[in-house]
Design a protein around this ligand. Structure first.
Ligand code: SF4
Ligand code: SF4
Length: 156
């Protein structure tokens, strides 16, 4: 989760950080990117069951998984309820601590480089799991069907 540095947003044409003039705040040029999602680390998925849970999350949309420096995160796309139409914070004086501690120093304002890995849809997670895990164990029943063995048909 991230925050803003100012309560007075006025999203203008984007500007490069280095072109910011004295007294200006980068947030004034931003669409409040850091107030529109939250993310937190998760255990590294290791088994089919783990990836199947992730697939389930992604089936709901508005979420993705990413990996940074070996750590897996879930990211949920959801605007903060205090975000204003002008991209300002509607509760600046009483905003959560996490928002107070976040600064523009290393924020995502101009971070379009992406992540080490990003999974945005169930199919991507499935493909990744298939690539790194041994084949799924199938039930004997399924194995029998695959081998062309069929149960006898009982007629009355
Ligand atoms: S992403 Fe950076 S520039 Fe944009 S609102 Fe958040 S702290 Fe400000
Ligand atoms: S409380 Fe304010 S600064 Fe924090 S996420 Fe919400 S709109 Fe952004």
């Amino acid at each position: 989760m991230s925050t803003t540095e100012t309560s007075t947003f006025n999203a203008r044409t984007p500007i490069a950080r280095e072109d910011l003039k004295d007294g200006e705040n980068l947030c004034e040029y931003c669409t409040a990117k850091c107030c529109r999602y939250y993310a937190f680390p998760i255990d590294t998925p290791k088994k089919w069951k783990d990836f199947d849970y992730m697939r389930w999350y992604l089936l709901h949309g508005k979420a993705s998984f990413f990996v940074e420096d070996g750590t897996w995160f879930i990211m949920v796309y959801a605007d903060c309820k205090h975000l204003q139409a002008d991209n300002g914070c509607g509760t600046y004086e009483t905003r959560p601590q996490i928002c107070r501690e976040y600064t523009t120093k290393d924020c995502e304002y101009d971070n379009d480089s992406g992540y080490d890995q990003l999974f945005e849809c169930p199919e991507q997670i499935e493909e990744y799991a298939e690539a790194i895990l041994p084949p799924k164990k199938r039930s004997p029943w399924v194995r029998e069907r695959a081998a062309g063995l069929s149960l006898p048909v009982v007629s009355g």
